[in-house]
Design a protein around this ligand. Structure first.
Ligand SMILES: [Zn+2]
Length: 453
């Protein structure tokens, strides 16, 4: 009996050691496999230390954006496309963490966890998987040009399918001829950041869409209410001001003229808890994932805001920040009658359609979304000027976000086209761009007109 239990004990110990060893191996494998596989000494992939046979990244029209040729990386021949899409292809040294070549490196090189290095048939050398993106390279280049060297980002996507057709971030540079990025001018500060995915800015008045959504659902008879604006309003010794006295306004008029005192009033009436709840419902305080690329979340934190903080938060100031991609998804959901379709960027991996396309989530009720859409359409007609957006059926909201004394405000413009042939939503952010209905709206107009051609 004693002998048996000693043997059992030994056996159990051995089994435990085996399992532990297996777990340790698995952990190390998952932790280090990319480093082992992608090490330049691996002759499956490297010839004389240079990558060979990498897959190619194409845009939606079949333009090659990045490919391997004779052991070297080859970019698109057009410098405007190379520059506009540097954050998508990545630079030569792999500094852009959210680039397709970084995030999909194993696909492009042709290995996975299960099969290791693979090939499609024994005749071929190990070959990477080609990736076809949803992006239109020409449209991205046009968007970058429209930013005219100003810092910021542009995003356009199809709010029914989730396809991201335009994305660009500035500053950028031509990865074939990289400039001196460390220069004292600071022109290239944060150049590796894709500002659509990885930045969060004070939203200013575009945030009034969130406050309006909450008001529509939480304040009874809000559509029959009238707000009185005499140009300023005191909240606990803090002055909330409008550029001028707006007089008597409906909710729709308050949104169109971006009346700060009306929205400060609405925020106070809603209370911190409700405004917080709606902000989180539409994506604040959580990161999005676009085909495995994580975004930086925008923030709304009202727990200790106090009354003045809450009033300012309702008009998109206080400590609020918004991530441009998330905001684009929000206006896309309004265009899609409350149903948010997750943005995606990879259309095909090799011969297969990408798995992640089009995940849907109800963000707002259909009624709320339709009421918001109507107001955003009225914004264009009443304030932004239908002639600037001819034929687009534009529904939009501008934002001019104050970022501190002596600094030029950030310029935002976000919205969607109410068109069944071009169900597109967009966001434009220009750092220090001034008025949203001025500079960001002009960029949006040029990019959207080109998108529907
Ligand atoms: Zn006002």
């Amino acid at each position: 009996m004693k002998l048996l239990s000693a043997r059992t004990g030994l056996l159990i110990t051995l089994i435990l050691l085996f399992v532990l060893g297996l777990a340790a191996f698995a952990m190390q494998y998952f932790d280090s496999a990319p480093a082992w596989v992608e090490h330049p000494s691996n002759r499956h992939f490297y010839t004389d230390g240079k990558l060979s046979n990498l897959g190619t990244i194409y845009d939606r029209g079949g333009k090659a954006l990045l490919q391997m040729s004779d052991g070297g990386i080859k970019y698109n021949e057009d410098p405007a496309i190379r520059t506009a899409l540097m954050h998508v292809t990545g630079d030569r040294d792999g500094n852009v963490e959210t680039s397709i070549s970084s995030v999909f490196k194993s696909d492009l090189m042709g290995w996975n966890w299960l099969n290791g290095a693979y090939r499609f048939n024994s005749e071929q050398p190990t070959g990477g998987t080609d990736l076809t993106l949803t992006l239109d390279a020409g449209l991205c280049a046009a968007a970058y040009r429209e930013l005219r060297g100003r810092r910021g980002a542009v995003g356009v996507y199809n709010y029914q399918t989730g396809e991201l057709i335009c994305m660009t971030s500035s500053p950028s540079f031509d990865p074939v001829f990289p400039p001196d990025l460390t220069g004292e001018s600071g022109d290239y500060e944060g150049v590796y950041l894709n500002r659509l995915f990885s930045a969060a800015y004070t939203p200013g008045s575009v945030f009034k869409l969130v406050t309006t959504a909450a008001a529509l659902e939480q304040l009874p008879d809000i559509d029959k209410r009238r707000f009185r604006c005499n140009g300023e309003m005191e909240v606990e010794g803090n002055m909330v001001t409008c550029p001028a006295a707006h007089g008597e306004l409906t909710l729709g008029e308050a949104l169109a003229h971006s009346c700060n005192t009306s929205f400060a009033r609405i925020a106070l009436e809603l209370g911190a808890e409700k405004l917080q709840e709606y902000a989180e419902r539409v994506g604040f305080n959580s990161a999005q994932k676009v085909d495995g690329i994580h975004t930086i979340p925008g923030r709304v934190e009202l727990a200790h805001a106090g009354k003045a903080g809450l009033a300012w938060a309702g008009i998109g100031q206080f400590t609020n920040t918004a991530n441009p991609l998330n905001f684009m998804s929000l206006v896309g959901a309004i265009g899609n009658r409350g149903l948010a379709v997750a943005p995606n960027i990879v259309a095909r991996r090799g011969f297969l359609p990408a798995a992640s396309a089009g995940a849907k989530k109800r963000l707002l009720s259909e009624n709320t979304a339709e009421a918001l859409a109507k107001m955003m359409r009225n914004n264009t007609i009443a304030v932004y000027g239908e002639s600037n957006f001819k034929g687009l059926e534009l529904c939009a909201k501008s934002g001019t976000a104050e970022v501190g004394e002596g600094k030029k405000p950030h310029s935002w413009f976000a919205g969607f086209l109410d068109r069944s042939d071009y169900p597109l939503a967009f966001v434009v952010i220009i750092e220090g761009g001034g008025s949203g209905s001025g500079s960001a709206a002009a960029v949006a107009s040029a990019v959207l007109h080109r998108a529907v051609k």
